[in-house]
Design a protein around this ligand. Structure first.
Ligand code: HEC
Length: 707
């Protein structure tokens, strides 16, 4: 079913590209997806080396063949030689790999022929920055990352959000995933079609193109708008898939500089770099977690960091490593392969700026190999001048995980005490100001715990575990804050019998206490079936979780558990020790709650087609309306005060008429797919990862006009 649908995507993209690319040769590559090329030797190589995962996308999380066939040749080549698939390709004979690279992509380069036809008229073409409102300038909307816009800033009221209609849609070629959050200044929306290596400045009112920037490498991160300084023009700053930071002149789209901040060739820029006082601060992540299932892989060496660069020149100023020592040979794994460490503590998300304290907050991921460090699954406060660590709040100790852990391969087998829940801080934190005037760093973890931390010293103020959490559960990309409530999405896969609050959905928490005020729990309707929307509900008092102030305890001892006996991650520690101790390790609820009768949160019947109910993307607040989305493509807007649903719209559908002339396809909503400004709500739809539906569109909604 999904394959058929996704194949349609490839065809519409191919047709769209062909329709806009009259010059012979230019669309030839795009057309060949529609031509029967099943006799090509590259197809046979695909069947042998790639089909096992790419034809079972639900299990493997791999994009469909149709989705990867929309990519251009340089993106595919990069993926196989250096990127995500280099381990999967390393045993493919050279000639077969060449045939694969010849057969698979839709075209040699990126098809830019449509741009001239969608170019703005002379008057709209100018990017006006003087006196233009800075509506949404980075992933967090503002640098405190509260992901909140007032009615004035957005040009939209909560009442408007009940009654939206589509103003225009544009679609991008050779793009199955819309992963980069746009920024808006005045009437310009800056947006990246990352797979095709293109950054565009579009007119907010019509979607016409003001300028475009061509990257020689697949782009990856969300965007940040940097104000002009005495030495530098206003710029758009972003990261690419090769671990480099790009700065592009915001007025005319001319490249200013590209700086490589890799420490290791598996480093990437995933979160948006932020900018302050003429300096760029780029978070450095690692994709090495994908490769260790191969027992012969010498796991692991990649580490995270924040790299500071000069905005005017791109010159490196400092690198604040998450792990101070280099990874070095440690011991031989059980198959005799050399293991390396310490590794990991990568920084996936956009850092949060605290200009007043002259520091930034970065959340880290797990350790990738032994030994564990005290900087994994942590929030680190970095000094903005030097990159020195001012404090470290470690939420989960000794979380050593990589993708060998699913079957407990040789690269997930270490000495000593550790556990492997993979509880990253994958989402951006927030620096909030509460109603009593106090400031707090709020961090949401994949464990499902929300932490409130004192920004002056890194001390825990309160925490609340609001979802079961897992390697893909809990808080995935980020949260939002409306001045009193914290909105924490949960990407849990299913409800949990242990606690009815857990499971997929979104919670509104009181910022003073961390208590849940309302929750939304999705149901079958969220998979496109027509059922009534679940009512938001108040949690029963016994489920209210009292604040804990105890620091994090060490993990339960577990030494070299035998292969294949890896239990469900949350279950093991609870059974192994008195409830209170391990509970704090993973931020699990206190004993009273863990012991409460199960069954109330019974698992829903398995939805059709393994529909994902989790709330993965980071939410956005517009005048108190809470904009959320699902990996299935459903846009849903709540009243942030009550949890009532104001508006719903299924974006996962074909969009035949687009400003670009390229046929569009909506898909999953993930990462941070929405941003408001200039009287409109912009939603980008399509996410060819984790088994989600691919797509290539930007949809502009506006309040319905009175007729
Ligand atoms: C073990 C399973 C597996 C095998 C085998 C495999 N892939 Fe993948 N592939 C994946 C997954 C999972 C992803 C998504 C990566 C991610 O998001 O982390 C992916 C992503 C990709 C992408 C998109 C990368 C991007 O950056 O968007 C391409 C292109 C690709 N694979 C091509 C191939 C080719 C060609 C082969 C055969 C040589 C292959 N894959 C073999 C699992 C696999």
């Amino acid at each position: 079913m999904r394959n058929v649908r996704a194949f349609a995507l490839a065809s519409v993209l191919a047709l769209g590209a062909a329709a806009c690319a009259p010059r012979p040769g230019e669309a030839a590559g795009a057309e060949h997806a529609a031509v029967d090329d099943s006799g090509h030797p590259g197809k046979a190589a695909y069947d042998q080396w790639c089909a096992s995962c790419h034809e079972s996308t639900e299990q493997s999380g791999a994009p469909t063949l149709a989705a990867i066939r929309t990519l251009n040749r340089s993106t595919v080549k990069y993926t196989l030689e250096l990127g995500y698939m280099r381990e999967q390709s390393k045993n493919v004979p050279k000639d077969e790999l060449a045939q694969l690279i010849e057969w698979l992509p839709s075209a040699d380069g990126t098809n830019d022929a449509w741009i001239e036809q969608a170019r703005c008229g002379i008057k709209q073409r100018r990017v006006v920055l003087d006196k233009a409102p800075r509506t949404s300038v980075t992933f967090g909307v503002t640098y405190d990352a509260n992901r909140r816009q007032s009615a004035d800033e957005a040009g939209l009221t909560k009442a408007d959000m009940k009654n939206l209609e589509v103003a225009w849609v544009t679609a991008f070629p050779q793009t199955p995933t819309m992963r980069s959050q746009p920024v808006i200044v005045g009437d310009t929306i800056f947006i990246a079609a990352t797979d095709s290596g293109r950054l565009y400045a579009l007119d907010t009112n019509s979607g016409c193109v003001k300028w475009h920037y061509v990257s020689d490498m697949t782009l990856r991160s969300s965007l940040t708008f940097a104000e002009a300084t005495e030495k530098s023009p206003a710029a758009i700053v972003m990261g690419d898939a090769a671990g480099r930071v790009h700065a592009v002149n915001a007025i005319n789209g001319k490249g200013m500089w590209v700086t490589d901040v890799k420490m290791n060739d598996l480093n990437r820029i995933t979160g948006a770099p932020i900018v302050h006082d003429g300096k760029v601060f780029a978070p450095v992540s690692v994709i090495e977690s994908n490769v260790p299932p191969d027992d012969s892989y010498e796991c692991c060496k990649g580490q995270g960091a924040v790299a500071a660069l000069d905005l005017a020149t791109g010159k490196k100023l400092w690198v604040g490593r998450s792990i101070e020592e280099d990874a070095k040979p440690q011991r031989l794994g059980r198959t005799g392969t050399q293991q390396y460490g310490p590794a990991g503590a990568m920084i996936w998300s956009t850092p949060v700026l605290d200009a007043k304290r002259n520091q930034l907050y970065a959340g880290t991921g797990e350790n990738l190999s032994w030994p564990a460090t005290d900087t994994s699954d942590a929030i680190i406060a970095y000094d903005l001048d030097t990159g020195a660590k001012r404090w470290i709040f470690q939420a989960t100790k000794a979380d050593i995980w990589n993708s060998a852990c699913g079957r407990r391969g040789a690269n997930c087998d270490w000495p000593g005490a550790y556990h492997s829940p993979d509880h990253d801080f994958g989402g951006t934190s927030m620096l909030i100001k509460r109603k009593d005037g106090s400031e707090m760093v709020i961090a949401g973890q994949k464990s499902g715990v929300i932490w409130a931390i004192n920004p002056d010293n890194g001390q825990l103020v309160w925490s609340n575990k609001v979802s079961r959490g897992s390697a893909m559960g809990g808080v995935h990309w980020g949260m939002a804050f409306d001045g009193t409530r914290i909105f924490a999405p949960s990407n849990d896969a299913a409800n949990s019998p242990d606690n009815p609050n857990w499971g997929p959905g979104i919670h509104a928490l009181d910022a003073m206490t961390g208590e849940i005020q309302w929750s939304y729990k999705p149901n079958a309707r969220d998979c496109g079936q027509e059922f009534p929307v679940a009512k938001s509900y108040q949690p029963a008092p016994e489920w209210r979780i009292t604040p804990i102030s105890a620091p994090v305890l060490p993990p339960p001892p577990r030494v070299n558990a035998p292969p294949r006996r890896l239990p469900a991650i949350a279950a093991a520690p609870r059974a192994a020790a008195p409830a209170a101790a391990p509970a704090a390790v993973e931020g699990a609820p206190p004993a009273a709650i863990a012991a409460a009768p199960a069954g109330e949160g019974a698992r829903p019947a398995a939805p059709r087609e393994r529909c994902r109910l989790g709330f993965s993307p980071a939410p956005l607040l517009v005048d108190g309306a809470l904009v959320t989305g699902t990996p299935q493509g459903m846009l849903r807007i709540f009243d942030g005060a009550t949890g009532d649903v104001l508006f719903e719209y299924m974006t996962n559908k074909p969009w035949p008429n687009t400003v670009s002339g390229i046929e569009g396809q909506g898909g999953g909503l993930d990462s941070a797919p929405y941003v408001a400004g200039d009287g409109m709500l912009f939603v980008q739809s399509g996410y060819a990862r984790f088994g989600e539906p691919p797509g290539n569109v930007l949809i502009a909604f506006r309040p319905k006009k009175e007729r």
